[in-house]
Design a protein around this ligand. Structure first.
Ligand code: SF4
Length: 493
């Protein structure tokens, strides 16, 4: 079957063994790629282990369209047993590492074991090395990207963790290209537990396809179709931030730790406010509708904003200035922390402080206090000691009635859609395989445009349909779902 590089690369960090395995026809047909491959491998090879132990494995998995000249195909899935939830966890990331991995001849990278000292994996086509990363340990994801580019050249793919991953913070993620993030359920912590600072990939080969000319034509048509869509220009202006105003109007904007669904200062944060401070845009490889909005934060540094990050680090903690949100967002990306969980953790601490359940005072919207807490989370000191494992574990420590307002499902913090009046979205969060993530079934826009308050069978069926498309098809093909959702790019089968 064409479309696959055809190989799994397996690296054992305990004994330095590197092996290459063929992917069977049956595996391709049944599990497609991306999440499908990752779930199958973890199911077969990992059970009953501590997520941060040597026995856990982390899977970097691409799909049959990854790296081909097709719209938004520069993504991969990173999956493992999650330290945040204790169950299956994954996240997708847009990165040149996905493209290079396939060009190097691999669909999947499995990392197992644990290195005795900090290391990184360097892949160049057939050559695979485990290299010393002691000079990178303690560095931010941005610094690590810079250093690795200096060592290996600019034309590489890098997946790096920051100090949060090194210290095994429960919601540490993986960062690529100074702002592309993935692996919400603690995939950065799993890398940290293995002393794995980064993966660097360079591939120079070709990805085998059945009909290259037709593929190129289809790609050209697809890119052209996206550009011609009615909403394309608006998307380019605001990206996912176009949904901010809609959430506020429909009372589903996470506000004051999800206590409210609208924010009195939303106009200072919405997509139009963003347009006023936006200086550039960035995105994943092979995408022509790049959604990363670059702004200068309050400290005059570049940071990349999207709706989820602004929702959780803005109204959810009553931060009323995009440039302040930008500071927190940048710190999260540098340290390798998931912004959704971070916003939820900060909101939890603010509410706990207000209710007198913790001694420390952390006021709503206090930027300096938030910066201090982020430093503490990364070091697992002070308030960080309470919150580094996410809000579920924090509620166990804080006590009182905090379980009632620790906003999570299965231990994963809720994404930036308040579903107090959207039962379909609540169902979607509740049944997502990885916890409260919007990626599997973002049913809320359909729900609000139809019969918002109903508990109908039709709504349940819609959640299932979306879970199969978003969590099944897109996560296994490992292409971005946003062209389909946001500009109505057709999917046909
Ligand atoms: S739409 Fe955004 S998330 Fe999707 S591929 Fe493009 S840049 Fe990446």
């Amino acid at each position: 079957m064409e479309g696959y590089a055809g190989k799994i690369l397996r690296v054992n960090l305990s004994d330095g063994r590197v092996s290459k395995e063929k992917i069977s026809e049956e595996m391709r047909e049944k599990f497609l790629g991306g999440r499908g491959f990752a779930a199958k491998i973890l199911w077969d090879e990992v059970s009953g282990v501590d997520p941060l132990s040597e026995e856990n494995k982390i899977i970097f998995s691409t799909g049959p369209l990854t790296g081909l000249p097709l719209p938004s195909s520069g993504k991969m899935v990173i999956a493992s047993k999650s330290p945040l939830t204790g169950g299956y966890g994954d996240g997708n990331i847009g990165s040149m590492a996905a493209v290079h991995l396939r060009r190097a001849g691999y669909d999947v990278l499995i990392v197992e074991g644990r290195s005795e000292t900090p290391c990184y994996i360097a892949i160049q086509d057939e050559e695979v090395k485990i290299l010393d990363a002691r000079d990178l340990w303690g560095r931010t994801t941005f610094e690590s990207q810079d250093t690795l580019e200096t060592k290996h050249g600019k034309n590489i793919g890098v997946l790096a963790i920051g100090p949060a991953g090194e210290n095994m913070v429960g919601f540490a993620n993986v960062i690529s290209q100074r702002g592309r993030a993935g692996g919400r359920p603690g995939m950065g912590a799993v890398m940290g537990s293995k002393n794995l600072k980064a993966v660097v990939v360079k591939g120079t080969g070709k990805i085998p396809v059945f009909d290259e000319e037709r593929l190129r034509e289809m790609g050209k048509e697809g890119y052209g179709e996206i550009k011609g869509k009615e909403n394309y220009d608006f998307w380019i202006r605001q990206g996912t931030m176009q949904v901010f105003e809609w959430c506020d109007e429909n009372s589903c904007l996470p506000t004051y730790n999800f206590r409210e669904g609208t924010f009195q200062f939303s106009k200072r944060l919405d997509g139009y406010a963003l347009e006023g401070v936006k200086v550039d845009r960035k995105g994943c490889p092979l995408c022509n509708m790049q959604c990363g909005n670059i702004i200068k934060d309050l400290e005059n540094k570049n940071t990349e904003l999207d709706y989820e990050s602004v929702g959780m680090l803005g109204p959810n903690i009553a931060m009323d200035d995009l440039r302040k949100v930008g500071v927190l967002n940048r710190m999260a990306d540098e340290y390798g922390l998931d912004t959704i969980s971070l916003g939820s953790c900060l909101g939890f601490l603010m509410e706990a402080s207000e209710r007198g359940l913790i001694d420390a005072r952390i006021a709503w919207g206090d930027l300096d206090a938030c910066k201090k807490v982020i430093e503490e989370i990364v070091k697992k000191k002070g308030l960080g000691e309470i919150i580094f494992g996410g809000v579920r574990k924090a509620a166990e420590r804080v006590g009182g009635d905090s379980r009632d307002w620790a906003m999570h499902v299965k231990g994963m913090e809720i994404s930036a859609y308040d579903c107090h009046a959207c039962p379909g979205m609540a169902l979607s969060y509740g049944t997502s395989p990885i916890g409260a993530h919007h990626k599997d079934a973002w049913v809320i826009s359909w729900e609000i445009s139809t019969d918002r308050f109903s508990y109908s069978r039709e709504k349940v069926e819609k959640v299932i349909e979306l879970q199969r498309l978003r969590g099944g098809l897109f996560e296994s093909m490992t292409t971005c779902r946003l062209p389909w959702i946001e500009v109505n790019f057709g999917i046909h089968w």
